[in-house]
Design a protein around this ligand. Structure first.
Ligand code: ADP
Length: 495
């Protein structure tokens, strides 16, 4: 099908590497770049957080001075900034009000969270309206921007934006944006009787609440989640977190598109953050990264495999299994390292305690915190990466690991099941097998997969190498998913 080039605006709460907490940030950047490579015009709208990585923004300048955003019965003045983030065109919205929405030293985790992002959503639409920007497609992401399709349909289309279509992507169904009546009055939607109707935004389980994400399902022209397996899970299991019913009603416009990796950001051949660059052809250099990683983390140099975990320490990630992976790796004669942090104080404290306990163990190092550069070195230096998630919409860490020739050990859920194929048991041909998979979310399940991986590393190093190279040679780029999203955009544009 011949496709005309499109003007696409992404509106999101994250974009890597300037404002990134997890995979959402990677996707906004990577998909944006892919769409541009394919000849489309892409702009990204973000909040202007005080805690962003300003060193990744180039040519920051004021783009729009007095953007007055209607809010309750008054207006909040905003400044809109423009800057390039590694080539992506980004607008940053800075509100000037006592609410101080985005100057709090962290991206998330505040009691007025839904007000912060309802305001951001409103301001982004107001910015498009006032500047005469009329994208063919607005792509919104997660609950933070889920009110955009609602406000576009109910308010902004009447201001001349009637041709804009919306695609909404769910990166995580656990957080949906639950609010009370006040948010309706602040955003100018008003009419509680109308919006509390369960056919619109009325929450199915809390009669006193409106649900932003439900609104996105009802009002968007198309809804996606980040892997085919997860789209099935949210329709048919408890992982829809209560949205399953609504998704069923709208399943005609719902589907799963697997995330890609940005091949410039994640490329062992050119990665500036790793000690030695390498490809599948000179895989030996990966070993030098392992040495560099051990050096950096004060770990002992020896001939043990290095098992790693990188990611948020959220209950979703299987915190007790991550912890067990550490004990089991050490028990099996491997080394273990972890990079992660949690906004939950309890979980953080637990891992700090583990870190202190194992402080003197030269085969183990835990790094509690967020560190983009160190993450790259771990992907390059580790031999195996464990991802024992309870649920995982897509998961990028296993794909990054494979790109870096690190063998993933994953639980068979969501995107993990769509991307990792077991060395021993997969139905795929040998050349497509790329890791280890377990099913049960308990220590035995995890151990069975870890034992097989560590066993192969010790006893059949050549086969282990082959497995790692299978991962390196697979295409996890945005190439295919980029085409899938363009098909979706094109489909909704002509509806
Ligand atoms: P989620 O979106 O649930 O956090 P994903 O696997 O989709 O999980 O994406 C995680 C992304 O965030 C990866 O790019 C990973 O490298 C990065 N990341 C997570 N935690 C950290 C950390 N503590 N330090 C550096 N990078 C991290």
């Amino acid at each position: 099908m011949e496709m005309a080039h499109m003007y696409i605006v992404m509106i999101a709460s994250e974009c890597a590497p300037v404002a990134k907490v997890g995979g959402l940030g990677d996707v906004v950047f990577g998909l944006g770049r892919e769409l541009e490579i394919r000849g489309n015009t892409v702009e990204i709208i973000l909040p202007k957080y005080d805690c962003m990585r300003y060193d990744h923004i180039f040519g920051m300048q004021i783009s729009y001075e007095n953007l007055w955003v209607p809010w309750f019965n008054y207006h909040i003045r905003c400044t809109v900034w423009f800057g390039f983030v590694h080539g992506r065109k980004c607008f940053f919205i800075e509100p000037h009000s006592n609410d101080n929405f985005f100057n709090r030293g962290a991206y998330y985790g505040f009691p007025d969270e839904y007000m912060r992002f309802a305001f951001f959503s409103k301001a982004a639409l107001e910015f498009l309206l006032k500047t005469g920007k009329r994208p063919d497609v607005i792509h919104t992401h997660d609950w933070q921007t889920a009110l955009i399709p609602v406000m576009l349909y109910e308010i902004y289309q009447f201001g001349g934006m009637e041709k804009c279509r919306v695609c909404h992507t769910f990166h995580n169904f656990k957080h949906q944006g639950i609010a009370g009546e006040d948010v309706l009055w602040f955003t100018g939607l008003g009419r509680p009787g109308y919006y509390y109707d369960r056919r619109r935004m009325g929450d199915d389980f809390n009669p006193k609440a409106v649900n932003f994400s439900k609104g996105a399902v009802v009002y968007s022209n198309f809804v996606t989640t980040v892997s085919p397996m997860h789209s099935w899970e949210v329709l048919n299991t408890e992982w829809g977190y209560g949205l399953g019913h609504t998704l069923h009603l709208y399943r005609e416009k719902f589907g799963g598109v697997l995330n890609g990796l940005d091949y410039e950001m994640w490329n062992p051949e050119t990665d500036p953050y790793i000690a030695w660059n390498y490809t599948a052809e000179n895989y030996e250099n990966k070993g030098k990264n392992r040495e560099a990683l051990r050096e950096r983390l004060w770990m002992r140099h020896n001939s043990k495999p290095l098992v790693a975990y990188v990611g948020r320490l959220d209950s979703q990630k299987g915190v007790s299994l991550i912890r067990h992976a550490m004990f089991h790796a050490l028990h099996k004669g491997a080394q273990f390292t972890l990079l992660g942090s949690s906004p939950e104080l309890g979980i953080n404290a637990e891992f700090w305690q583990l870190k202190n306990e194992f402080n003197n163990n030269p085969d183990c190092h835990l790094e509690i915190g967020y560190d983009e550069e160190l993450a790259h070195l771990i992907y390059a230096g580790a031999d195996m990466l464990v991802v024992p998630s309870l649920f995982e919409p897509c998961g990028l860490t296993q794909m990054i690991a494979m790109r870096y020739g690190t063998v993933p050990i994953v639980r068979a859920v969501g995107g993990l099941a769509d991307t990792v194929f077991d060395y021993d048991y997969s139905e795929r041909p040998g050349s497509e097998r790329n890791g280890y998979v377990f099913y049960q979310a308990d220590n035995y399940g995890l151990e069975s997969a870890m034992d097989r991986a560590i066993g192969l590393w010790f006893d059949y190093p050549e086969q282990f190498l082959e497995l790692a190279l299978n991962g390196m040679n697979w295409d996890y780029s945005w190439n295919r998913p980029g085409a899938d999203y363009l098909n979706i955009y094109n489909y909704i544009r002509h509806k």
